[in-house]
Design a protein around this ligand. Sequence first.
Ligand SMILES: *[C@@H]1O[C@H](CO)[C@@H](O)[C@H](O)[C@H]1NC(C)=O
Ligand SMILES: *[C@@H]1O[C@H](CO)[C@@H](O)[C@H](O)[C@H]1NC(C)=O
Ligand SMILES: *[C@@H]1O[C@H](CO)[C@@H](O)[C@H](O)[C@H]1NC(C)=O
Ligand SMILES: *[C@@H]1O[C@H](CO)[C@@H](O)[C@H](O)[C@H]1NC(C)=O
Ligand SMILES: *[C@@H]1O[C@H](CO)[C@@H](O)[C@H](O)[C@H]1NC(C)=O
Length: 522
Amino acid sequence: MPSFIQYSLILSLFSSLANALACSSISNIEVPGAHVLSITGVEQTNVSVAASVFSPPLSGLKICDVTLILTHPGANDTVTVQVWLPISGWNGRFQATGGGGFSVGYGPPGLGPAVAAGYSAVSSDGGNFGAGFALLPDALVDGHVNQGLLVNYAYRSVHDMTVVGKAVTQQYYGEPAKYSYFTGCSNGGREGIVSAMRYPGDFDGILASSPAVNEPKVGISIQWPYVVMQNEKNAPSQCVFQAFINASIALCDGLDGVEDGIISNLEDCHFDPFTLVGKRVACDGSTSIIDYATAYVVSKIYGGPVAPNGARVWNGLNTGTGFNGYWGGMIDVNTTNGITVAAPESLSENYITYLLEKDPAYDTSTITYAEFTALFYQGAVEYEPTIGSNNPDLSEFHMSGGKLLSWHGLADNLVPSNSTLKYRQSVEAILGGTDAVDEFYRLFFAPGVNHCGAGYGPVPINGLEQLVEWVEKGVAPDTLEAQFVDVEGNVVNHDICKYPLVSKYIGGNPKVAGSYVCADSF
Ligand SMILES: *[C@@H]1O[C@H](CO)[C@@H](O)[C@H](O)[C@H]1NC(C)=O
Ligand SMILES: *[C@@H]1O[C@H](CO)[C@@H](O)[C@H](O)[C@H]1NC(C)=O
Ligand SMILES: *[C@@H]1O[C@H](CO)[C@@H](O)[C@H](O)[C@H]1NC(C)=O
Ligand SMILES: *[C@@H]1O[C@H](CO)[C@@H](O)[C@H](O)[C@H]1NC(C)=O
Ligand SMILES: *[C@@H]1O[C@H](CO)[C@@H](O)[C@H](O)[C@H]1NC(C)=O
């Protein structure tokens, strides 16, 4: 005789199976505010996904691959939503995956790692406002920004795809996902935070890495180095820039009590680029002397955008941040004559030409300091309500039990970490301060880490797993597990402390996590 428990297990198994649908039978998905045009489900038993920043190459994935096409009446958009569901080994969880730059989602590079880890997962193209860092032709209609696609990009598509992903998951497995998560970096991080603001019931847990909150301000500030180099008619070579970075690291590395090549204590770090004037550097096959004009360019770039009257407009780069753009912006070498030239940053270039000037052919190479300031404020007025994503009121997300885990590299050369700091401070200001906010929103600053990873410091490696522990078991993370390969090629584990704490060296082997504690100051 089966016991009562075994009997109910068998019963619930049968009822699940009875409710589950074959992949090809998924249908009748309702998305409020949209018309679903088609749904197609196909079982695929050998899916490969190329290597990406998210994971090594994946192969042999066995999934139910559902493609749903929808449109919003009046918006003239065609949005493709893709849901991948593991045919076996589903972990009972759902994961919505975000995009980056001007893309709402990455498709397979985001979906692949999620299904490989057992999640059902969703991604959306948002109707193709943009892809990667580029805006696509439909972003403008007759010289105006396509408002339907802008709203999709700003917040609507992540919500829609979440409605779709949850419903498809429920139909395919015959039961709803027990927990829902969102993961994303950069624009994806912004999407996560925007979901918490606007759709507080969508996710139990949100992992928002290097979030591009304040996007209109960030979007144009990334062009500041180009504007400076063009106006000063001086583009230092990569090697010369590196000489300044090396000098700043040499000056500030030890301020946290340990010489590990990483600047952790930015507060006490006061690097003055002009101290390098007259110094010799071995660069580009010869030795040269750093002149005042070069130090001026470096100091102006690091300082961040200022108006012609000298007023600070927005954050600069943290000391120690590299100029060798993770994304390749800022400077380029002219392959014809070997000379370094200033290079526009492509995300910002697209933001200025399409969204501010509404003219993809607009020439950004002649923007003056005054014009830059005017464009900065134009963008703030025009786009704060949609893509600004800086409403600090996360109270409904908190009340619904949601958890937001966020980290930002202190050497991020795309989205300055202070953008996230400002957002966090605005949340603390209205929701009861650091400890109260920590109940549902924890932030970690990663020294030496660039945008979404890389750089020269320990990068978080288990953010989603730590978020799951927090959501499902109430184990709130005080540190984020992080790892990097140091200059000698050693793998170093060095956990990152929860804001506002810092990682303080207490003696012992500096390459061992146990030699550090989280403290109020260094
Ligand atoms: C699965 O795909 C990979 C790569 O495309 C291929 O090498 C392999 O033979 C395929 N396996 C099966 C069972 O079809
Ligand atoms: C709708 O979008 C298509 C391109 O996606 C475009 O060709 C067409 O002109 C648009 N119609 C309207 C009314 O905007
Ligand atoms: C900067 O430091 C790195 C690492 O020590 C070194 O390889 C590089 O040559 C230095 N660059 C300059 C311009 O001094
Ligand atoms: C970032 O914010 C901190 C605290 O407000 C400030 O001290 C620092 O100067 C800012 N850094 C940059 C690069 O703007
Ligand atoms: C690169 O150098 C060539 C030859 O001097 C010049 O004609 C060209 O305009 C340069 N390109 C840029 C982008 O400056």
